[in-house]
Design a protein around this ligand. Structure first.
Ligand code: ZN
Length: 326
């Protein structure tokens, strides 16, 4: 009896896959660039090829495979409804062709939800019973684990922390609303704030650093570190708003832990200190006991998240077999 699954992390930049043991040990890693102009069939073939390479290199037969996808997923139907960063991913069934090609059960999951279960099982969320995970990168994602199981919501949309409105007069978000957390505090939002500082001539440091280039969130942080008070204020205010959103989530769900991952964490205490302060300033009673922890999974978070979902789904299927005897 094997105790391994195949995990795949479908990203806008790379497709990654590996064999993952039940204790989170990864082996047989494979990675290819995400095809930029693929047809739906083309990208499915690319994914199948990548997964086959892992299967063929493995010494044992994996129990199942799970694909973590950055988009809106219908897990029961096995389809990606839409994944804006992956060409060809619109109303695309993935589980049928992958399962057919590999001969093992295939599942798909939203990448941030998978990351939440990955942190819960293998990372910073170990030991928690209830957990909220937020991914702080180019955009803002999130996932929720309740009583040890991934919570997907009625339509699979649970955990979209990025679309909590924190300023109804704020900038328009990708989702069409105004002032969502993602529109206010994300890699893209910080880059827009940096650009604004330059155009308003409030940051000579940033202007000199950038020349003709457009600034990124990393540039905003570099300017703050170089002494630009306006850049620092933008990041601190972002941390404050993030804390209000996470504090609200904490008041609703009362998790043991909130775990955080993503590129914005490179801003360190400049972002995190005002975030914690705001979060705890609005904490309602026992919610103030929520612990904030940073992800420990690094680049493997996507693969370990997919693996955690695969183990959970396989467990559900086997327990439903057991239920048939009752
Ligand atoms: Zn939004």
């Amino acid at each position: 009896m094997t105790n391994t699954v195949i995990a795949a992390d479908i990203g806008g930049t790379n497709l990654r896959a590996a064999l993952v043991a039940v204790d989170g040990t990864l082996s047989q890693r494979r990675q290819v660039p995400t095809p930029k102009s693929a047809t739906p069939d083309g990208i499915v073939q690319e994914i199948v090829g990548l997964l086959r390479a892992v299967v063929e290199a493995a010494d044992e037969t994996a129990l199942g495979v799970c694909l973590a996808v950055p988009g809106l997923i219908n897990g029961d139907a096995g389809t990606v409804v839409i994944a804006p960063n992956v060409p060809g991913f619109r109303n695309l069934n993935l589980t049928t062709p992958v399962s057919g090609a590999l001969g093992i059960p295939c599942f798909i999951e939203n990448d941030a939800s998978a990351a939440a279960l990955g942190e819960f099982r293998f990372g910073a969320g170990r030991g928690a019973r209830n957990l909220v995970h937020a991914t702080l990168g180019t955009g803002i994602g999130g996932g929720i684990v309740i009583e040890g199981r991934l919570y997907r919501g009625s339509k699979g949309l649970a955990g979209e922390i990025g679309h909590v409105v924190i300023d109804p007069t704020g900038p328009v978000c990708n989702c069409g609303s105004r002032g969502c957390l993602e529109a206010m505090v994300s890699g893209v939002a910080f880059a827009a704030r940096a650009k604004r500082l330059i155009s308003l001539e409030r940051s000579p440091i940033l202007k000199e650093m950038m020349g003709d280039r457009d600034p990124s969130s990393t540039d905003l942080f570099a300017a703050a570190q170089a002494g630009c008070q306006h850049a620092m204020a933008e990041i601190q205010n972002g941390g404050h708003l993030l804390g209000l959103a996470l504090g609200g989530v904490s008041n609703v769900l009362n998790p043991d832990a909130i775990t955080l991952s993503g590129g914005l964490l490179a801003m360190g205490e400049m972002l995190l200190e005002p975030m914690r302060k705001a979060m705890f300033s609005i904490a309602y009673g026992p919610a103030s006991g929520t612990i904030v922890r940073l992800s420990t999974l690094g680049d493997d978070a996507g693969l370990l998240g997919a693996a955690a979902v695969c183990f959970e789904r396989l467990g559900e299927e086997s327990s439903s077999e057991v239920l048939k005897f009752w």
